[in-house]
Design a protein around this ligand. Structure first.
Ligand SMILES: [Zn+2]
Length: 105
């Protein structure tokens, strides 16, 4: 019997080579599953293992995405604060220069 797990929908996910959550054979995300036999009994057990493994994988991915999003938010805040400081400095310099010029004139 052929392993029913299809790694093709994983195309584009940052997984690369992984063990098939159903049969344990090495598979590549997005590629055809290599031929590999499974007993009905094994299939049932591995089905449950697969559900669990996918659940964990998606939790990991979601957590990583959240961490990245928080980091990007912090970076943007730092960047915006930096810009404000820069704008204030330019405004102060501009005002000072204007005053200098008008007192000279
Ligand atoms: Zn498999």
């Amino acid at each position: 019997m052929r392993c029913p797990y299809d790694p093709k929908p994983l195309l584009g996910l940052p997984m690369g080579m992984l063990h098939c959550p159903l049969c344990g054979e090495m598979i590549v995300a997005g590629m055809e599953h290599p031929e590999y036999g499974l007993l009905d009994e094994e299939r049932e057990i591995m089905g449950r293992v697969m559900d669990r493994a996918l659940e964990n994988k998606f939790e990991q991915l979601a957590e990583r995405a959240l961490t990245e999003a928080r980091k990007i938010k912090c970076d943007l805040q730092d960047y915006a604060e930096g810009l404000l400081v820069m704008i204030n400095t330019i405004q102060e310099e501009y005002t000072a220069t204007c005053e200098e010029l008008s007192s000279e004139g």
